[in-house]
Design a protein around this ligand. Sequence first.
Ligand code: PLP
Length: 270
Amino acid sequence: MSVSVRRAPAPGGSVEGRPTVLVIAGSDSSGGAGLARDLRTLFDLGARGLCAVTAVTAQSDRRITSVHHVPPALVRAQIEAAFETRAPDAIKIGMLGTRATVEAVAEALSAHATIPIVLDPVLAATSGGTLLDADGREALKITLLPRAALVTPNAPEAGVLLGEAPATDERALAAQAQRLLARGARAVLLKGGHAVGDEAVDWLALPGHAVERLAAPRLEAAQRGSGCALASAIAVQLGSGASLVEACRRAKAYVLKQLRSVAAEHVREH
Ligand code: PLP
């Protein structure tokens, strides 16, 4: 007699159309950036969140006063426990801090090669404090950069990854986005928020395509953590099955809406 065995579905994945996103990031005590911002973005966009904390930072909007790096074995254990809870549809990686953590994360994710990763190469805070040391930067280029579905540097970060001066105009930004592809990234969204001009222009570079220009009005209310929110929002979109181009467009629209509401609040308060 043949018995047909129905396999139980793997735990997790999208629940009622809601994607699950695993966030691997550091916490920022100001609440503006890092893990708190990532999870808020997931919540805003209706995604389910899993998380692995890589570092605890004591920082205000003006400076970082202390950083505790979570032991790499514990970072790895958090990732494994997250997978045991529910298989994520996408992964967002933010602050990693040290080489050992970069390597632990790369190892923990090596068994999950099909899940899209959005890698925000967090190197330093806007206030200037270092968030990934020199050895970690090298390890990131070798291990996680080629693995990520998309890497989302700002202009200073792209400069560091390439060993070049940061680009200051649109043409140089677009060229650097393409050079990062040549260095092994699968896709690059180079954020031009740090450049000048009336528009915040990002460049999306995909292999075999012309670089795509994604522009939004530049708002006065520059807000810390916008890069974290953007990368998390892209991960939510990829987890929902959107294409890279569509995911970047929708995520940019979400961040713009956020910035506008902060700008309106600012006007009301002053
Ligand atoms: N602190 C943490 C823990 C972060 O993850 C990040 C960015 O990803 C930052 C600070 C930097 O934020 P900002 O550059 O907006 O200051």
